[in-house]
Design a protein around this ligand. Sequence first.
Ligand SMILES: *[C@@H]1O[C@H](CO)[C@@H](O)[C@H](O)[C@H]1NC(C)=O
Ligand SMILES: *[C@@H]1O[C@H](CO)[C@@H](O)[C@H](O)[C@H]1NC(C)=O
Ligand SMILES: *[C@@H]1O[C@H](CO)[C@@H](O)[C@H](O)[C@H]1NC(C)=O
Ligand SMILES: *[C@@H]1O[C@H](CO)[C@@H](O)[C@H](O)[C@H]1NC(C)=O
Ligand SMILES: *[C@@H]1O[C@H](CO)[C@@H](O)[C@H](O)[C@H]1NC(C)=O
Ligand SMILES: *[C@@H]1O[C@H](CO)[C@@H](O)[C@H](O)[C@H]1NC(C)=O
Ligand SMILES: *[C@@H]1O[C@H](CO)[C@@H](O)[C@H](O)[C@H]1NC(C)=O
Ligand SMILES: *[C@@H]1O[C@H](CO)[C@@H](O)[C@H](O)[C@H]1NC(C)=O
Ligand SMILES: *[C@@H]1O[C@H](CO)[C@@H](O)[C@H](O)[C@H]1NC(C)=O
Ligand SMILES: [Cu+2]
Length: 612
Amino acid sequence: MAPVRDLLLCLTALLLLVNCNAKTVTYDFNVTWVTANPDGLHPRKVVGINGQWPLPVIEVDKGDRLVVNMYNGLGDKSTSIHWHGMFQNGTNNMDGASMVTQCPVPPGASMTYNFTVEQNGTYWYHCHTDACYPDGYRQALIVRDEGAYFRDLYDEELTITMSDWYHELIEDIPFIRVENPTGAEPVPDSFLFNDTLGSRIPVEAGKTYLMRLINIGAFVAQYFYIEDHSFRIVEIDGVYVDAQETDMLYISVAQRYSILVTMKNSTDRNYPIVTVADSVLLDAIPPSLQLNQTNWLEYNSSADHPQAAMKVDVASDLVPYDDMHLIPHDRMELLPDPDMTIEVDVIMDNLANGAGYAFFNNISYTRPKVPTLYSVLTAGDLATTPQVYGEYTNPFILPHNSVVEVILNNRDTGSHPFHLHGHNVQLVSRTPSYGTHFYDFADGDPVPYNAVDNPPSRFPRFPARRDTFVAPPQGSVVIRFVADNPGVWLFHCHIDWHLSQGLAMSLIEAPQQIQERMSLTDTEISNCKAAGMGYEGNAAGNVDDLLDLSGQNEQPAWLPAGFTARGIVALVFSCVSAVLGMGFIAVYGLSGIQSRNGEVAGPQDEDSRDTM
Ligand SMILES: *[C@@H]1O[C@H](CO)[C@@H](O)[C@H](O)[C@H]1NC(C)=O
Ligand SMILES: *[C@@H]1O[C@H](CO)[C@@H](O)[C@H](O)[C@H]1NC(C)=O
Ligand SMILES: *[C@@H]1O[C@H](CO)[C@@H](O)[C@H](O)[C@H]1NC(C)=O
Ligand SMILES: *[C@@H]1O[C@H](CO)[C@@H](O)[C@H](O)[C@H]1NC(C)=O
Ligand SMILES: *[C@@H]1O[C@H](CO)[C@@H](O)[C@H](O)[C@H]1NC(C)=O
Ligand SMILES: *[C@@H]1O[C@H](CO)[C@@H](O)[C@H](O)[C@H]1NC(C)=O
Ligand SMILES: *[C@@H]1O[C@H](CO)[C@@H](O)[C@H](O)[C@H]1NC(C)=O
Ligand SMILES: *[C@@H]1O[C@H](CO)[C@@H](O)[C@H](O)[C@H]1NC(C)=O
Ligand SMILES: *[C@@H]1O[C@H](CO)[C@@H](O)[C@H](O)[C@H]1NC(C)=O
Ligand SMILES: [Cu+2]
């Protein structure tokens, strides 16, 4: 028996050691408006923390408990914080998505986020109430891990964010409206590199740096490269991967890459670090918009800081590394055939109010009157009935521990970066793949996933895993994950404009286990009361009859059959060609559409659409 006892003692000692090292990291965030001018072109109001912007980078060690006491000092806006990529295993109520896992925190109120971090790598935090993070409420969250397999391969770490940037408050930029029937996304005013322009990053010759790259933007993906330097990818979205050498990345909004970059031995010159905004996503490119940014690896501060040499042919020069070729370092194998398959069609279309919306399976996500998690907690035995969560939250119930496959057919001509809360997903198929063929399906008809041409037997043995992945224009992506994290998890496009157009659905994972593990707290109830929101019952706030959804928030009505988006565009453009003043045309176009349908979205619809 002695050896066994010794072993147990030893294990206990080890566990204690681990626990001793784990600490609580506490931040107090007083969230208020401050002024910033990161591109030097236009000072504007941004969301600051403790009077500062750029916001503080959160850093913890793996295993730590993170506690963030957030006070909403904005005065005029509700808010929340989502910890992008954190699984929140057992703490679904800390996920920060308003009306999904909590009520929005109104001005003058507080919320304490409190959870343990059992993951490694590069993450970020951002507001998840209305379209609020493009107003500056986003920053890196780094989980240090002395046990990383590449820990001995670098000397120093650098954290670098990139983002698109608007000069106006998001609420002041008109978007979902009849004057914009095609849903053209507002074009950013500039692109920031670590919340500024023209960064000079001092480096030492011969050293190797771990660069953590995070696209904290709201819309536009960016190509990233460093002139005359290749690098090795070692982490994507918190998943360590076998080091892969490349010299070009495509980083969609919300994605992260950690790369190892080894410096040259010479110190005679400085090298451009280049980001190039993916202009394919932009509807129009104003001449003043600087699509690419030159920053520098600064070997020698007194040497030149040359502008990036031009990449003449964007299509053949900007060919990024295909993340589906990355192999997770932990060698997690392809999950077995799914227990549950969810097929989703992505479309963008107009509703009867003439404005452009986005849909998963013809449903444009519209926030419920009660946070979906709170419906789970108060629905008793009916929690496994999707109906309870309302038609317009697009609910899917996932059985505990089932293998789930999502087949996503992107029937839209644009690419979209999709994010699943609470999980990493295995990327098992993407057609067409990254690289020179990525846009092959952009013209012509959409090409849905086809199991005959692309059978599971061809899926990778060790699929890349991440929490945000890009779906090609009119192509498809297939993902797999295990429903081993009871909670309500939003699956959505991370282009904030598309999220506000409804490109989201609710995965209600293991509702019974949620009920066994969590209950609604007094603080949560009082937060909802302060926010003027329901905290119990179904999506319509009905506590007596959970299957009666009357009064639920709904998406605007569909256009009558035969009246298509093209029709609206034609209508608007025929008005334009009628040589009338622009402002007048918009009104004329609007009244034309209204009289056909007699129905426009009321303020209720507008409101419910906003709160995400
Ligand atoms: C937050 O900051 C504002 C502005 O500095 C200040 O007036 C307020 O008292 C602070 N509130 C808290 C709870 O720290
Ligand atoms: C955070 O949660 C832990 C575990 O539930 C609890 O012991 C601790 O008191 C909480 N901390 C705060 C500041 O709420
Ligand atoms: C990027 O900005 C953050 C926050 O201001 C800062 O902590 C970090 O050191 C910056 N990174 C580089 C490479 O300068
Ligand atoms: C997190 O780090 C540990 C080593 O510290 C490693 O074993 C594990 O695979 C990492 N997790 C992922 C998802 O890469
Ligand atoms: C820099 O010098 C070291 C030591 O002489 C050598 O091993 C390394 O390959 C050199 N690095 C480059 C990028 O030339
Ligand atoms: C830095 O650059 C200056 C200007 O080109 C040059 O004179 C100097 O020798 C360089 N210093 C080093 C350490 O390479
Ligand atoms: C940078 O963008 C400008 C237009 O904004 C373009 O003319 C130029 O070729 C681009 N340079 C690179 C390096 O891509
Ligand atoms: C969406 O609606 C269209 C038109 O009614 C229909 O043809 C299509 O099958 C629907 N798609 C889904 C996924 O329900
Ligand atoms: C959540 O925790 C359970 C154990 O409590 C574990 O089996 C499961 O894999 C975890 N899921 C995630 C996504 O971390
Ligand atoms: Cu999108």
